[in-house]
Design a binder for this molecule. Structure first.
Ligand SMILES: [Mn+2]
Length: 500
């Protein structure tokens, strides 16, 4: 999937329903009483702002803060961050106070009082375990002392009646295991005091990517109190930690990839000519949710026929004709972890000779890349390798002229596949975006391998029989000590298997 769309935002019907009730209640007293009772009954008897092992034992085990993520795991992550901040500061020979500010997401509205589905800022969620909007995690380090303070929204009877319970300050330390918890209303005073005590403090805050606009304004004022008056961006440090997945993250990723694989198998099985792209979108969405995913991890590409040559095609509103291929790029989010799969299959179950030739080229290249991952120094290197392999295979089938030098071959292959072949995968679809794709591939990384061929009618090399064909095959791969594991192996990709 592509970098521009990471946050899947959805409409929440519950909120709208509640507002209708409130509007209705203004009309008569009798109805008003009913509304009161309905709303009270509607509130879940939980005391925290997110599921716990008491209220949601089917999701959260004892000792876990998030599904599959224990409090110990969160504390390990936080220790790594302390270590990383201290190392960076020491390397610069600085023994000033370090203050790291990690904001939670705020609710975003699609129209008056109608929110999009809330998705937590993944850097914040990774270190805090807290699902509530508008919270802030602050780490302070000086010399060998460090502490974490979580700022949360205070309890508020009126707001909680409408939006559900909040964890509140009293429960936060026990629930999230930070050293302190304070109401968000005290954040400004807290930080002002810290900075006034030590004006040489370094404030680590990513000011380029605004997550909470009000907090951002406050911080821009506060930074003026420090000696150097500039923020240090902590994102690369966060992402270095997030890049290597722990055992429990790998389990969640396996599950996310397994669900999306099953959902795509079912979608392929149910597909037939004259269905709309939208219906296949609905099928994969339904199957993922029925298997336990929260939602699709991104707006999927469901592209029939020549729509597949538009790499970011997400209109998904055309009829898929008999004889066409359909390209589906879809994955799900399972307890905060994303999968990302692409399959291309003939809607009527039978490849035409041209479709089969190109499909087998992509499949060969994709398998070869996965096989040779252990010899690959980096993702960028895998991309160059793909261009070479793709170029050679296309020469064999007559879609690129023979007897051209390597640079020309790479350039010609690039006209067929103008996108990168891999990205990191994890909580976000394009995970850890601050990590370069030129670094060494290491055990514990999860990456995608996704070569494709897209034949535009303007392609100077391909005969017109191939025009309008678009094929991509994408799997999610865990790098292990001496090998790799295809997490999406249960999603078939052989020609003989791709039959509705
Ligand atoms: Mn992808």
């Amino acid at each position: 999937m592509f970098n521009s769309i990471k946050h899947l935002l959805r409409y929440n019907p519950n909120k709208f329903g509640c507002q209708l009730l409130a509007y209705f209640s203004a009309e008569t007293t009798v109805k008003s009483n009913l509304t009161q009772r309905e709303c009270t009954r509607g509130v879940h008897p939980q005391v925290c702002g997110q599921p716990t092992s008491t209220t949601h034992p089917h999701l959260i085990k004892q000792g876990e803060v998030l599904p599959g993520i224990s409090l110990q795991e969160l504390k390990r992550r936080r220790s790594k961050l302390v270590e990383s901040i201290s190392l960076t500061a020491n390397a610069k020979n600085v023994c000033r106070q370090q203050i790291v500010v990690i904001p939670a997401s705020s609710t975003i509205y699609m129209s008056n009082k109608i929110p999009y589905v809330f998705r937590q800022n993944t850097d914040f969620l990774y270190f805090s375990g807290c699902q509530e909007p508008d919270s802030i995690l602050v780490l302070t380090c000086k010399e060998d002392k460090s502490s974490y303070t979580l700022f949360v929204r205070p309890k508020d009877e009126h707001s909680e009646l409408w939006d559900g319970p909040r964890t509140g300050v009293e429960m936060a330390v026990e629930m999230f295991g930070t050293d302190y918890a304070l109401p968000v209303t005290e954040f400004e005073q807290f930080l002002t005091t810290l900075v006034q005590e030590d004006k040489s403090s370094i404030v680590w805050y990513d000011h380029a990517d605004i997550v909470q606009p009000i907090l951002h304004k406050k911080l821009c004022q506060l930074i003026k109190l420090t000696d150097n008056q500039i923020f240090a961006s902590p994102k690369i440090l966060f992402h270095q930690i997030r890049l290597i997945k722990s055992a429990c993250e790998i389990n969640l990723m396996r599950e996310s990839c397994g669900i999306a694989s099953k959902a795509i198998v079912k979608t392929i099985q149910s597909s037939k000519p004259e269905m709309s792209e939208h219906q296949l979108f609905a099928t994969v969405d339904y199957e993922c949710r029925m298997l336990g995913a929260k939602y699709l991890a991104y707006p999927p590409v469901v592209a029939g026929g020549k729509n597949a040559t538009v790499i970011h095609y997400i209109s998904n509103n055309q009829i898929i004709r008999d004889g066409d291929l359909v390209l589906m790029d879809a994955g799900c989010e399972y307890h905060g972890y994303s999968s990302d799969i692409t399959r291309t299959w003939p809607i009527n179950g039978k490849f035409t000779p041209e479709q089969k030739v190109l499909y087998e080229v992509v499949l060969d290249v994709q398998k070869n890349l996965i096989e040779s991952l252990k010899e690959m120094p980096s993702l960028d290197n895998a991309f160059r390798h793909m261009c070479l392999l793709l170029g050679e295979r296309l020469q064999e089938v007559g879609l690129i002229p023979k007897n051209i030098d390597e640079n020309k071959l790479l350039a010609s292959a690039y006209t067929y596949c103008p996108h990168h072949v891999s990205h990191y995968l994890g909580m976000d679809v394009h995970d850890t975006e601050k990590i370069s794709r030129s670094i060494r591939i290491q055990s514990g990384m999860i990456i995608t391998i996704e070569p494709g061929i897209y034949v535009s009618p303007r392609n100077p090399y391909a005969s017109s029989r191939f025009h309008g064909l678009g094929i991509r095959i994408e799997d999610d791969v865990l790098i292990t000590e001496n090998d790799s594991e295809i997490l999406t192996k249960n999603c078939p990709k052989e020609v003989a298997e791709l039959k509705p």
